[in-house]
Design a protein. Sequence first.
Length: 205
Amino acid sequence: MPDDVIVIKGSNVTLREGHFANPEPLLQRFGIMMKGRMQSTFEGQGRDGRVWAARGVPNIAGLVSDATKGAANPPKRRFEGRPAGIDTRFLARSIAYGVEGRHTVRIGTTVQYAKQVHGGGLRIIPVTAQAKQRLYKWIKAARKKVRKGSGTPQDVMMARQGWLLGVSEISINPPPRPFAFFSDRDRDDIGAEARAFFLKPTKSA
């Protein structure tokens, strides 16, 4: 019988004693599993019954951000409700895990705005002079198309954003879009992984 196995008579299971002494492989499995599931939340716009709210249309905060960065034109995605939270996919890609000691695996991200995405809450966004210059061009072009009857629904929405030229900041209150959580399915699967790691059924009691 292998040295890392203890037989408990009458229990119909054997315990892998060596696995108790070195549970790091199990923690690695947990880390890999939960990293993948947290990342999948962005693609699926929710996970295990927690469905993310769609973005407001148009996405005013996104338009101001694009204008601040000097984008040539307002991106089409700013006029679509979904997907939310994956403009750059930077946050999803930043999720990582690390085993700490013999009993802990830490999973998460160090991206500063992660808490804002996960928990929602009030944000104040400045509308700079540079952003207003770009917004003015977008609004003017959209209004011209609308007057000529050639405007798209996107142009119609953009043409209505002239109010942004008269403010110095905007406040938004996005809803929570949780991604760093353990669902019941996660807990069940983690338990199954642990049992498979530490226990080995025997053929006889």
